[in-house]
Ligand binder design. Structure first.
Ligand code: FES
Length: 351
C-alpha cells in the first residue's frame, strides 16, 4: 500500500478518517504476513456467505497491526470481492475498529448515565490527566490508548472500566489510577470477572475467533472463571423478599398467511360477561388455525399460568445463565458452581 494510514489519499480510498497519526508509531507496524491471509481464508470458510466474515477479519487485521490499516482494508477487500470503500464503510461504523495505531492496552471508561452519576467522568478525567491524553489518544510511551465509552452493558457494576474489553467493576478514581499504573508497569491485574487480561492485539485475535489457549480446558477455565454475581441478582432478591413478581409477557400470535383477503378483526362482543381482554383472547384461541398458533394464543391468554422461571444454581427460581453453556459468556455464573464445556461438567485435567 502506498497511501499512509490517515492521509487524505488513504481516506479517499478506504473511507477511514484522516485524523493525524503518529508517524514514528507507524514505522513499528509490521506488514501483514502470509499467515494473516491464510487465517482470513479460514475465517471466510466459517460462513455460508463470504462477506459475513468481514467483522472477524477486521479484528484479525488489528491483531497483527494494532488498528485497521489500509493494507488490512485491501486484504479484506481482495479476499471478499468487495471494494475498499465498502470495507472502509464497515470499519468506520463500529468503534471497536481503530483508525489509528492503538497502544498495548485499550482502556475504556464508561461515561454513560449510570456510570457518570457514580463517578465515571471523574475517572475519565483523572486517567486523562495521568496519561496526558484525551479521548481516543495514546500515551506517549505507547502503553495505553484511552477512550470514553457508551454503556458497557454492566450498569449493575457501575462505574465500570474495561481493559481490552475485560471488566474491572465498581471502580473509583484511585482504583482506576492504580489499575492503569500497573498496566504501564507491564502488569496484568486480573479482571473482576471473565478471562485473564491479554492485550489489545491478543483480544483482537480472540475476537477474530482464534483462541490463544491450545488446550480447550484451559480456555473453559479462563472464560468461565468465577465472578461476582450478586449485583446482577440484587433486584431479584429484593422482589422475592417483598413477594413481588412481574406479570407474564404477552406473546403476540403469528399473523395469518396473507391471502389477499381483508382479515376479519376479532372484536369483543361483551356478551360473555368476561372482560374485553379475556373475550378477545378467547376469540384468538378459537380462531387459531394451527397447533402452533393455538399454543401462542393460549400462552398470551390472561388466564395462562405464569411461566415458571428456570432454577438458579443456588436453588432459587430466576433467569441465571447456566455457567459455561454459552460460548463467549464469561463470569456470569455464580462462584463455585460446577463449570461445564458444551454442557458437560469440566473433568479434572490430566497431569
Ligand atoms: S452506564 Fe456504564 S455500564 Fe451502563
Amino acid at each position: 500500500m502506498s497511501a499512509l494510514p490517515g492521509s487524505p489519499e488513504a481516506t479517499a480510498v478506504t473511507g477511514l478518517d484522516s485524523s493525524p497519526v503518529d508517524v514514528e508509531a507507524l514505522a513499528d507496524v509490521p506488514p501483514l504476513p502470509e499467515q494473516a491471509r491464510e487465517e482470513a481464508r479460514e475465517i471466510i470458510a466459517r460462513y455460508p456467505v463470504p462477506r459475513s466474515a468481514l467483522l472477524p477479519m477486521l479484528h484479525l487485521v488489528q491483531s497483527y497491526q494494532g488498528y485497521v490499516t489500509p493494507e488490512g482494508v485491501a486484504l479484506c477487500a481482495e479476499e471478499l470481492g468487495l471494494t475498499k470503500a465498502e470495507v472502509g464503510a464497515v470499519a468506520t461504523f463500529y468503534t471497536m475498529y481503530k483508525r489509528k495505531p492503538t497502544g498495548r492496552h485499550l482502556v475504556s471508561v464508561c461515561t454513560n448515565t449510570l456510570c457518570a452519576v457514580l463517578g465515571g467522568q471523574r475517572i475519565m478525567d483523572a486517567l486523562s490527566a495521568d496519561l496526558g491524553v484525551h479521548h481516543d489518544e495514546t500515551a506517549a510511551d505507547g502503553s495505553i490508548t484511552l477512550e470514553h465509552a457508551e454503556c458497557l452493558a454492566a450498569c449493575d457494576y457501575a462505574p465500570v472500566v474495561t481493559v481490552d474489553y475485560e471488566f474491572y467493576d465498581q471502580q473509583d478514581v484511585e482504583s482506576a489510577r492504580a489499575l492503569v499504573a500497573a498496566l504501564r508497569r507491564g502488569e496484568k491485574p486480573h479482571p473482576t470477572r471473565g478471562a485473564p487480561l491479554t492485550d489489545f492485539r491478543g483480544v483482537s485475535r480472540q475476537l477474530a475467533g482464534f483462541s490463544q489457549y491450545e488446550d480447550p480446558y484451559d480456555m473453559a477455565a479462563a472464560v468461565d472463571a468465577p465472578g461476582q454475581l450478586e449485583p446482577t441478582l440484587r433486584g431479584l432478591r429484593l422482589a422475592e423478599e417483598r413477594g413481588e413478581s412481574a406479570p407474564p409477557m404477552p406473546r403476540p400470535s403469528r399473523p395469518a398467511a396473507d391471502t389477499g383477503e381483508p382479515r376479519e378483526t376479532v372484536r369483543p362482543s361483551g356478551a360473555t360477561g368476561e372482560t374485553p381482554g379475556k373475550e378477545a383472547a378467547d376469540a384468538r384461541v378459537a380462531a387459531a388455525d394451527t397447533p402452533a398458533e393455538k399454543a401462542g394464543a393460549a400462552g398470551s391468554h390472561p388466564d395462562a399460568p405464569e411461566p415458571a422461571g428456570r432454577r438458579l444454581a443456588d436453588g432459587r427460581e430466576g433467569t441465571d445463565t447456566p455457567a459455561g453453556t454459552e460460548p463467549g459468556t464469561s463470569g456470569q455464573g455464580p462462584a463455585g458452581a460446577p463449570r461445564t464445556i458444551e454442557g458437560r461438567t469440566t473433568p479434572k485435567r490430566k497431569g
